[in-house]
Ligand binder design. Sequence first.
Ligand code: ARG
Length: 468
Amino acid sequence: MAEKEKNPAPRVLWTGRLEEKPEAEAFAFQASISVDQRLARDDIRGSRAHVAMLGEQGIIFRDTAAKLDAELGRIAEELESGKIAVDGDAEDIHSFIEGILTERLGDLGRAVHAGRSRNDQVALDLRLYLKRTVPELMAELTGTIRALLDKAEEHTESLMPGYTHLQRAQPVTLGHHLTAWCAGLVRDRSRFTDALNRLDECPLGSGALAGSGLPLDRDAVAKALGFVRPTVNSMDSVADRDFVLELSGACAVTMTHLSRFCEDVILWASEEYKFISLSESWSTGSSIMPQKKNPDFAELIRGKSARAIGNVVTLFALLKGLPYAYDKDLQEDKESLFDSLDTVRGCLRMFRGMMTTAAFNRERMEAACVGGFLEATDAAEYLVRKGLPFRKAHESVALVVRDCVAAGQTRIADRSLAELKTRSELFDADLYDAITPVSCVAARNLPGGPAPEEVRRQITALRKELEK
Ligand code: ARG
């Protein structure tokens, strides 16, 4: 008796063939409602298009189609308003919705699934969900890029050292640096667009794997649901999840970008750099060290990138051994993908908040451009402009730098002209003006370079990309 009571009687769609049902724990193990309930709206939308088509095609009575449609609409509204809630004990969102429909309409409700399987249904729901939510995520991405471009524009003249090997290399501007970040994020945005374009095909009508013998109109359903076309092959439709790989990949690339930006921010916020001061509301203190103001948000975004990368690996591992067509393993795709999408979205918002409220220390950044011989390359280019082959110019300047170091000097400009001339006759008094950080930056005005007007051009070009 006690054993019997463990058996639940949830709504399942597959009673009939199987006499015994799994016990509660086993049933819960194979259920996916906790994850796929976020597809409720999409599931209902798909069902409404399906029943409309069934009615048009004479597979069910038009009157039945109308009643099903009205009830599905009601269920959607009631879920939206909170009048009814998703039953956490249901198997999945598809059986939950069909269950309510049947509860309310009896046999009429049972007509909804003609020519359909949960296999094509879930493939449809997921695509609909992504078509609806990825643009929202992209709007967050666009918002973050815009905020960073605004900051960049404010700082096209704010000098800072550019680094290679984490050593000061050449002077750039903060505007140039922030625009570099944005260039990556703009490509991320186009990766989402690409993935959305490729998944824009409607799998409904693929059935369990082999389509249906009923006269379904796949074109009509695809059109009604706003897809470009139906998918080309029914087995592919239920078996493949390459669009999940692509999107989780796009998330992982974006997170990797954010993670690197955060690493910059963490360095900049350190006492050693002091280039940035994060606002107090975007920092946290220490429970023991009273003086601390930690860049926790940046660290956490960096940390969460690991999860997005892990999700990609999970999804590849999930798919690589699956025989065609549908396998229940595929149910695991959503948890990883949703987690990646949620993570990117949250991180973009946090990163934006942290960056728009941060204050940059222009004096510190500018001061850091002086003293590390960041002007050496420009001094060499000065000699090239005077006709010296670059390799020779490089050597002359290297010797000047050695002279400086030996004399305890920190800038090439600390040498007198006579001293400079011992290393190259071509050095003249105009060198001193040519190698100030401001001149170094202004001279590098090629497309892509750090010169202020060039960075403003880059900002305009990237803003334009965002209108696409
Ligand atoms: N919950 C399932 C999923 O997410 C729906 C499809 C179930 N199909 C099946 N034959 N068991 O993939």
